[in-house]
Structure formats: structure tokens, C-alpha cells
Design a protein around this ligand. Structure first.
Ligand code: FMN
Length: 183
């Protein structure tokens, strides 16, 4: 990507194209963003997740998780979330902030479980004990029902930063509105 190809008109499309490619490409660096939330004590919490879907029409970014995980409790109490992406290949950092919805049933969860249930990752959602539970030496128990949740973040604003020897560039993106910022 050359710097000159990036204009206020093209930037939102270029960013969403990269987001949409990431879930389909195991080697795409934007496939594994960091999800930041706030816990009940007001502490920032951060962890890696796998981006499962990016939908430009709805402006949403989705990942799968265990419905019992602390991140779900945090998002139910305080749905504001940020996903942080970095790609060394592109030289792009993206901070996407928005409002998260934790879904534990309905078509999105059924479709997700249909994808996951026959994959090696199925066991991640079938543990009888919740994520973070202290291991007590008991044999691992498997639940009969899955605990997969789909978390969908409705993106409100994105902070895009491009590192480039010719000059770093930064923009705030809200929908199709682009505002250039001092990097
Ligand atoms: C490369 C990578 C990908 C991960 N993907 C996910 C994911 O898609 N969903 C998830 O719940 N946890 C994922 N994890 C684990 C989380 O980072 C985290 O350790 C776990 O979900 C517990 O987070 P919590 O205690 O904040 O809820 C991933 C970890 C790594 C290193």
C-alpha cells in the first residue's frame, strides 16, 4: 500500500477490506486483535481474541468466546469495548471502539456452533468448569451443552495509524467521515 493511494475517500474502504480479509486468512496479522474491556473495579483488561467476522454494512466486528468467561461478565456490565489491531506488513495500527453485545442463543450462535462443533476448538466451549476456574486435580469434566457466545461489537469510531518512513499518518474514522490527526 503506497501512502498516496490513501485518501479520505478511500481510507474507510481500505480499512474495512483489511478487516474483512483477516478472518479468512490464517496468516493475516489482523486476525488476532487485542480486546480491551473494563472490569468492575475500573481496571483495564486486555486479551487476544480471534476475529471471526467483519461486516461493513452493519459496522460490526465479531469474535467467539465462552459465555462464562470474565470478559463476558465485564461486557454485560459495561458494554464499551475496544479492539486493537497491529499489522507489521501494512504498518497499520487500528483501534476500533464500540458497543458490545454478548449473544448466547439465536441464529448467530447456532451458526457459530455449527462451524465450531466438528473442529478441534469444540472442546474450548464444552468444559464443565468455567474459564479461569482453579484446577483442583479432578479429571477434566466435559459439559453436554456448549457455552459458546458470539460477541458482536458495533463500531462507533476507529483510530487508524500508519507508520511510514515517508511520514506517519493518522486518522479518526466514523462511518465514512475521516478526520486527519497529528500522528
Ligand atoms: C492467539 C490467541 C487467540 C485467542 N483467541 C481467543 C478467542 O477467540 N476467544 C476467547 O475467548 N479467547 C481467546 N484467547 C484466549 C484469551 O486471550 C484469554 O486468555 C481468555 O479468553 C480468558 O480471557 P478473560 O479471562 O479475560 O475472559 C486467545 C488467546 C490467544 C493467545
Amino acid at each position: 500500500m503506497t501512502v498516496t493511494a490513501i485518501t479520505a475517500e478511500t481510507l474507510p474502504t481500505l480499512v474495512w477490506q483489511a478487516l474483512q480479509r483477516a478472518p479468512l486468512d490464517k496468516h493475516h496479522e489482523w486476525r488476532t486483535p487485542v480486546l480491551a474491556t473494563v472490569n468492575a473495579l475500573g481496571h483495564a483488561q486486555a486479551r487476544t481474541v480471534v476475529l471471526r467476522q467483519a461486516a461493513r454494512d452493519s459496522g460490526t466486528l465479531s469474535f467467539f468466546t465462552d459465555a462464562r468467561s470474565p470478559k463476558c461478565a465485564e461486557l454485560r456490565a459495561q458494554p464499551r469495548a475496544t479492539l486493537l489491531f497491529w499489522s507489521a506488513r501494512l504498518g497499520w495500527q487500528l483501534r476500533a471502539e464500540g458497543t458490545a453485545r454478548v449473544m448466547t442463543d439465536g441464529p448467530a450462535v447456532e451458526a457459530a456452533w455449527a462451524r465450531v462443533r466438528t473442529s478441534p476448538a469444540a472442546g474450548d466451549y464444552l468444559s464443565a468448569r468455567p474459564p479461569g476456574h482453579v484446577l483442583d486435580g479432578d479429571a477434566p469434566a466435559t459439559a453436554t451443552n456448549h457455552h459458546l457466545a458470539v460477541v458482536e461489537i458495533a463500531v462507533q469510531a476507529m483510530d487508524w495509524l500508519m507508520l511510514d518512513r515517508a511520514g506517519h499518518r493518522r486518522a479518526r474514522i466514523e462511518g465514512t467521515q475521516v478526520q486527519w490527526l497529528v500522528p
